[in-house]
Design a protein around this ligand. Sequence first.
Ligand code: NAG
Ligand code: NAG
Ligand code: NAG
Ligand code: NAG
Ligand code: NAG
Ligand code: NAG
Ligand code: NAG
Ligand code: NAG
Ligand code: NAG
Ligand code: NAG
Length: 265
Amino acid sequence: MQILLLQSSNLLLLIISFFISINIQFCLCGEDPQYANCRKAINCGGIKDIGYPFWGVNRASYCGQLGFEVQCLDNVPVINMVNTSFRILEMNPKNPRTVKVARQDYWNKICLQSTLVNTSINVSLFNYASGLANLTFYYGCNTSTPSTNSQVCTINGSDVSVAFPQTGDEHPVANYTCKTEVLVPVFKTAALALENNQTSIEDAVDEGFELGLQIDNDQCNYCEGSGGTCGYNNTTTTQGGFVCFCKDQPYAITCAVKSDQTGCT
Ligand SMILES: *[C@@H]1O[C@H](CO)[C@@H](O)[C@H](O)[C@H]1NC(C)=O
Ligand SMILES: *[C@@H]1O[C@H](CO)[C@@H](O)[C@H](O)[C@H]1NC(C)=O
Ligand SMILES: *[C@@H]1O[C@H](CO)[C@@H](O)[C@H](O)[C@H]1NC(C)=O
Ligand SMILES: *[C@@H]1O[C@H](CO)[C@@H](O)[C@H](O)[C@H]1NC(C)=O
Ligand SMILES: *[C@@H]1O[C@H](CO)[C@@H](O)[C@H](O)[C@H]1NC(C)=O
Ligand SMILES: *[C@@H]1O[C@H](CO)[C@@H](O)[C@H](O)[C@H]1NC(C)=O
Ligand SMILES: *[C@@H]1O[C@H](CO)[C@@H](O)[C@H](O)[C@H]1NC(C)=O
Ligand SMILES: *[C@@H]1O[C@H](CO)[C@@H](O)[C@H](O)[C@H]1NC(C)=O
Ligand SMILES: *[C@@H]1O[C@H](CO)[C@@H](O)[C@H](O)[C@H]1NC(C)=O
Ligand SMILES: *[C@@H]1O[C@H](CO)[C@@H](O)[C@H](O)[C@H]1NC(C)=O
């Protein structure tokens, strides 16, 4: 009798603990929907880690800062700037957050430009990282062969020449006039490899270049450190409204309680 009683109380305990665990599970899964949405990176072209301050595609606008919109075009994550579009090759989501981008119009087709525009970035959103150099593409020069190692291709019957930055001021078309020139940033290492004939102009351009982001990295690190995910407070009247989305609710700076990052998704 005593044994039976003990067994049934054990069973009761088991049932109670079962319901408690279900309840806990429900609590953990009742995530703030903004937190759930903003924790996800942009899903486009298999490029990982495109997160805050970027938004667009599957990330709601409140997941990123104004201006950092990404579009997914033909499975390529693209940022549009004034006259140029850039494809995102990579994002470093850790401090400091940076993106590696390449000019979309020069990607895989350095000789098929329909319009010639210089690379321009919105300096209130981005800055050029260090370790870059500009290649100068010269178009419409009045010569067929300005210099043997700089001739790239022919457009409209005239050669396109590229000046490598490492050679300093040595203009490959010094004694000729060209209709226009276009500056395209590349990594210094790629520019150096180019001069040493270790890479092609196309590969150097396709390697892209790095941009820093004009955001408060510390603010976002602080939020992420508390288990939150960074976002945009769209009800603030002042620009650059920040919000820290946490599992339970949004907070201004950090999560009140450290969220369990290995919780349900
Ligand atoms: C640069 O970005 C800011 C923030 O989104 C925007 O207000 C401004 O119009 C942009 N500038 C240009 C030249 O597009
Ligand atoms: C954009 O292109 C137009 C025409 O080529 C040019 O006049 C303008 O200065 C360019 N804007 C920027 C920010 O480069
Ligand atoms: C690009 O910039 C260079 C140097 O600033 C300038 O000489 C050239 O005309 C610009 N090209 C275009 C297409 O605007
Ligand atoms: C490349 O040219 C742009 C536009 O003229 C300039 O802002 C940038 O600083 C240059 N980059 C380097 C590494 O010289
Ligand atoms: C080539 O010629 C076409 C037709 O005249 C013109 O529209 C185009 O802008 C030219 N391209 C270059 C790169 O000069
Ligand atoms: C340009 O012309 C000058 C004088 O004729 C000559 O010394 C120089 O080597 C030429 N530069 C190039 C790149 O051909
Ligand atoms: C190209 O134009 C420049 C300036 O107009 C002139 O000095 C030079 O002789 C021309 N070169 C050729 C090959 O026509
Ligand atoms: C690169 O190749 C060009 C053309 O073949 C040659 O003139 C030049 O000396 C080479 N440069 C190096 C650093 O090997
Ligand atoms: C503002 O953000 C909230 C989430 O924080 C979202 O539900 C709402 O749709 C957003 N409003 C606008 C106008 O974007
Ligand atoms: C968002 O901004 C509004 C207006 O400034 C403020 O009242 C609200 O508390 C902010 N939200 C958070 C989560 O900080």
